[in-house]
Design a protein around this ligand. Structure first.
Ligand SMILES: [Ca+2]
Length: 93
């Protein structure tokens, strides 16, 4: 039986692929793809999820190989940041 944590890891992969495969880039998200993903998957965690600048800023921040796309490793850096913020928020409640 898959644990909740294992299911969460699989979910991260699925969320990435749901957007990347739709755009025909199985290994990377475009800025537009990231924008779609943010609106659909993290509408509550971010302060301005509908603003295109949100995706643009995150893309600039994590696009370490400067190819204008977010590959899966870069996506994980972004997820790490979201998780750190969520962890911090859990201690403020
Ligand atoms: Ca990149």
């Amino acid at each position: 039986m898959v644990t909740q944590f294992e299911a969460s890891i699989n979910c991260i992969v699925d969320v990435f692929h749901n957007v990347s495969l739709q755009a025909g880039h199985p290994h990377a998200l475009s800025r537009k793809g990231l924008e779609t993903l943010i609106k659909k998957e993290v509408p509550e965690l971010l302060t301005d999820p509908k603003n295109p600048k949100t995706a643009e800023d995150f893309m600039k921040e994590v696009d370490s190989n400067k190819d204008g796309m977010m590959n899966f490793e870069e996506f994980l850096f972004w997820i790490t940041r979201l998780a750190v913020d969520a962890h911090d928020a859990s201690h403020k409640e």
